[in-house]
Design a protein around this ligand. Structure first.
Ligand code: FES
Length: 46
């Protein structure tokens, strides 16, 4: 999911993650190794 940055994401555990990029890819599939940001792992087939 692409969102306009900068963003501050609040995670379920109460912590926050910040990205000051102008556009941020947020992972919606939970496969990312850099979660909560997308690392394109959603493209891999099993
Ligand atoms: S949306 Fe999860 S890795 Fe891209």
């Amino acid at each position: 999911m692409l969102v306009e940055g900068p963003v501050e994401l609040r995670l379920a555990d109460g912590s926050t993650v910040v990205s000051d990029r102008f556009q941020v890819a947020v992972c919606a599939c939970r496969r990312s190794r850099t979660w909560p940001f997308c690392d394109t792992s959603h493209r891999r087939r099993r």
